[in-house]
Design a protein around this ligand. Structure first.
Ligand code: ASP
Length: 387
């Protein structure tokens, strides 16, 4: 989504917030804590609240909502600004306060870690977020974590957390396509659904999840597929489940190892190696490979055409980069499907590797993690096929 700074260069953020009614209420509150959990002797939720509005559990879960920004924290100048607005301006406690229904399903606490558009995530921010979520998950009184996040790179963050968090507790990343000020805003329901999913015992052990538009996706597979529609997130084999009328419904399980079953632990990663993506297109500039190497890339994910094919004028620069020790990972710009080793290029001969079906941006995350463990091409290939 475009930011509106160019459309409304002089409009102060405070005016935007006022226009959205966001400066009223608990202006100084750092956190919003919903009413305490009912006593253990309280009647089961099913008899005190209709199933349609509360999960069927006796004790309300304690969920921390970590705010990072994005459109779910956005505000527009008018209600018709569904796609042009200022993102990352509304504090997470205000977002929580705007969905009072959440307090019926969980005890929630907000925590602001960043206030950015997700296009501004970098390795340092990814690590900082992951380490904080890891700390929260270790607290015995935290049952799950929800992260509010911009939708542009939600799939990278979710895949990263899916591979590095060492906990079975639910972690749900959520965003919205429209700011809260827009007609048809989707953030409130998405956040409510995310808290429901994070509170559900069924979500335990399913890795990092992404919840938007009534659907629950695994962080491994999900990708943003449309620039402005609310129905933009898709997974090639469909979502894991739905959230509807306050109910979390699962139909599938993630097939690949995640969280506690991976070789990475966020607490032990302090730096991620530089991995560049070079995008293929007709008449591509071979200099882009050298530029990536000069800028310190330890690996290049080549977002090739079709099945990771490489133009003849790109082969030599990629071979030269490999000769300098840079790993070459063939991926595809098509948006789905596996890349066949030794198919479009002789990977054995060139000592290159291929992705399984990871999109280039996901392959970047996995390759960077892999390089924290090994620089052996065969090991790297195994990792790309495993996760
Ligand atoms: N540019 C925004 C972001 O990713 C878009 C969104 O959140 O939908 O932060």
């Amino acid at each position: 989504m475009a930011r509106t700074t160019t459309l409304h260069p002089v409009r102060p953020i405070a005016a935007l917030l006022l226009c959205a009614g966001l400066l009223t209420g608990a202006a100084h509150a750092q956190t919003v804590v919903a009413p305490a959990a009912p006593a253990a002797t309280a009647a089961p939720a099913a008899t005190t609240a209709p199933a349609a509005t509360a999960p069927s559990q006796v004790r309300k879960a304690n969920i921390v909502i970590v705010g990072t920004g994005g459109t779910i924290a956005g505000a527009g100048a008018s209600a018709i600004n569904t796609a042009a607005y200022q993102s990352a301006v509304v504090p997470v406690d205000k977002i929580i306060a705007s969905v009072p229904e959440i307090s019926k399903v969980a005890n929630v606490k907000g925590e602001q870690i960043f206030q950015i558009g997700s296009e501004s995530f970098n390795n340092e921010r990814l690590l900082k977020l992951g380490k904080r979520v890891s700390e929260l998950l270790k607290q015995p009184d935290v049952d799950g974590v929800v992260i509010t996040h911009g939708t542009d790179t939600i799939e990278e963050t979710a895949y990263f957390l899916n591979l590095t968090l060492k906990s079975d507790k639910p972690v749900v990343v959520v965003g919205s396509m429209r700011p809260g000020t827009a007609l048809g805003a989707d953030g409130a329901l998405n956040l409510y659904d995310a808290v429901l999913v994070a509170s559900s015992p069924e979500s335990k052990g399913k890795g990092t999840l992404v919840v938007l538009n009534d659907e629950i996706h695994t962080g491994r597979d999900v990708t943003k597929s449309n620039t402005f529609k609310t129905e933009t997130f898709r997974s090639p084999f469909g979502p894991l489940g739905y959230v509807v009328e306050g109910r979390t419904l699962y139909y599938r399980l993630p097939a690949r190892p995640h969280t506690t079953a991976t070789e990475w632990d966020i607490d032990r990663i302090d730096r991620l190696p530089e991995v560049a993506i070079v995008y293929a297109y007709g008449n591509a500039n071979p200099g882009s490979v050298d530029a990536a190497v000069r800028n310190g890339a330890k690996a290049i994910v080549y977002a090739g055409t079709g099945n990771g094919s490489v133009g003849e004028y790109m082969v030599e620069p990629l071979k030269a980069a490999r000769a300098k020790g840079v790993q070459i990972v063939r991926a595809s710009r098509t948006g789905s499907g596996v890349v066949i080793r030794n198919g479009e290029q002789p990977d054995d001969k060139y000592d290159w590797v291929v992705v399984d079906d990871q999109l280039p941006q996901k392959a970047r995350i996995l390759t960077a993690l892999a390089l924290t463990k090994t620089n052996d091409t065969r090991e790297l290939q195994k990792i790309l096929w495993k996760y």
